[in-house]
Design a binder for this molecule. Structure first.
Ligand code: AMP
Ligand code: MG
Length: 420
């Protein structure tokens, strides 16, 4: 009898559902708002004041009484931005104002400087028609008092930081972003600066995994390379659990007698699954220990990275409070024949290109071996070739996950900015 994994083979959907069930957002923290870029808001933000807070000129020009119409006006003062000048506009008079200046009392329009001519103490209004309210931003035009400016769950980008500044929200409550402890395992793995001895190879996985962890916005704790020895493996896993919010390992989850990661996680907590009907990444493992998620990726570099994409990335985003945790999924037309084994659902690495008619086309990145990280380099999509179906002919339509920016076919690109 060949050895059997003690873990039942579950579907990708079932694995994702288990991760969803087990993982919750981390507690919130309050930060100076400038440090909150990329965080998810854990509170609603309301405006306590209107924006603009006073009627403000939107141009450099002259504040006037609109119904005076065109013609000469007596200049009665200056009102620059930043204070309230002692000027009052009456019919037949005007005051010079700058952009952002409070509109002087009595004025109901501002004429832009380009439509005027000033000469000793007077200004000639050349504009033919002046509408009451022209070039004035009324109080609360942009934000009203009491308005919900940013809702809980919003991801804070540059515009949102500006809004927090505008409403004076100096400290903001956001979800904490996870720190993820990352390690490689294997007696054969050495550091990139080392010369591999016979039988050894340099580490790839720690660098791809630390990279994708950081791309989610999470922090990394680098645990280095761990040998396939019970003592050192346990010690390093314990350090990760003590110092980080989640553990991410690669290697050591297959069926070899030195594959010690699963047994140790099982001894310390609960292994929720240890085998998924997916290619690459069948032995991908998810456990929780002391309430902390542990993800054990297979050792082959493509398996590690694709497993991260499918199972770990959504989990880390959920921990950080994101509600949109999955990659966009769209139909794609296969550019050529794709070989596929019907036994497992397979994620093949492709280059997706948007066609002028809006459809996506998928072209393989070449040999899809689990060790060939080059198949992932430059890929911006994973096509999902479902189990129960063998090879796909050119022109077949399949689902694709968009894992990076999708470029538009050149023909469309050249038309993108036309008519703007
Ligand atoms: P394992 O899952 O430990 O059985 O490893 C599967 C394959 O992936 C083996 O050929 C390993 O040498 C290789 N491998 C494991 N870890 C790494 C790593 N960190 N970087 C590059 N290759 C690795
Ligand atoms: Mg190994």
């Amino acid at each position: 009898m060949p050895p059997e994994s003690p873990y039942p083979m579950i579907s990708i959907e079932a694995a994702l559902a288990i991760i969803q069930r087990e993982i919750q957002p981390l507690a919130s923290v309050t930060l100076p708002f400038q440090e909150a870029l990329g965080h998810v808001l854990a509170e609603d933000i309301f405006a306590n004041e209107p924006m603009p807070p006073f009627a403000a000129s939107s141009v450099d020009g002259y504040a006037v009484v609109a119904r005076d119409g065109p013609g000469l006006r007596q200049l009665v003062g200056d009102q620059a931005a930043g204070y309230i000048a002692d000027v009052k506009i009456e019919p037949g008079t005007a005051a010079r104002v700058t952009t952002g200046a409070p509109v002087p009392v009595g004025a109901d329009a501002v004429v832009m400087v380009e439509e005027t001519e000033a000469s000793d103490g007077r200004v000639d209004i050349l504009a033919n028609h002046i509408k009451s309210g022209a070039n004035i931003r009324p109080i609360g035009q942009d934000i009203e008092t009491g308005q919900l400016v940013l809702a809980k769950g919003t991801v804070l980008g540059p515009a949102e930081l500006g809004l927090l500044g505008t409403v004076g929200k100096a400290r903001v409550t956001v979800y904490r972003r996870p720190t993820v402890a990352v390690m490689s395992t294997g007696d054969e793995i050495v550091e990139p600066h080392e010369a591999p001895q016979p039988g050894q190879i340099r580490d790839a996985n720690r660098f791809t995994l630390m990279g994708v962890v950081r791309q989610t916005g999470a922090e990394v704790l680098d645990l280095g390379i761990v040998r396939d020895k019970a003592g050192s493996l346990e010690e390093t896993i314990e350090r990760g659990l003590a110092e980080a919010d989640a553990l991410l390992t690669s290697g050591g989850v297959s069926m070899g007698q030195l594959d010690l990661v699963k047994p140790y996680l099982a001894s310390r907590g609960t292994v929720h699954f240890g085998r998924v009907n997916t290619k690459p990444g069948k032995p991908v493992t998810f456990a929780t220990v002391d309430g902390k998620p542990c993800f054990a990726m297979p050792g082959f570099p493509v398996s590690a990275l694709v497993s991260f994409e499918v199972f770990v990335r959504p989990a880390l985003l959920k921990m950080a409070g994101h509600s949109q945790i999955y990659r966009p999924r769209e139909k794609a037309i296969l550019d050529h024949h794709f070989k596929h084994n019907a036994a497992r659902t397979e994620f093949q690495r492709v280059i997706l290109t948007r066609q002028p008619d809006g459809t996506l086309r998928a072209s393989s990145t070449g040999f899809q071996g689990s060790g060939r990280l080059l198949s992932m380099s430059g890929a911006n999509g994973l096509v999902i070739l479902p189990h129960g179906h063998d090879d796909f002919e050119a022109g077949s339509v399949v689902d694709a996950l968009l894992i990076d920016r999708v470029d538009t076919d050149m023909a469309l690109e050249s038309t993108l900015f036309q008519g703007i």
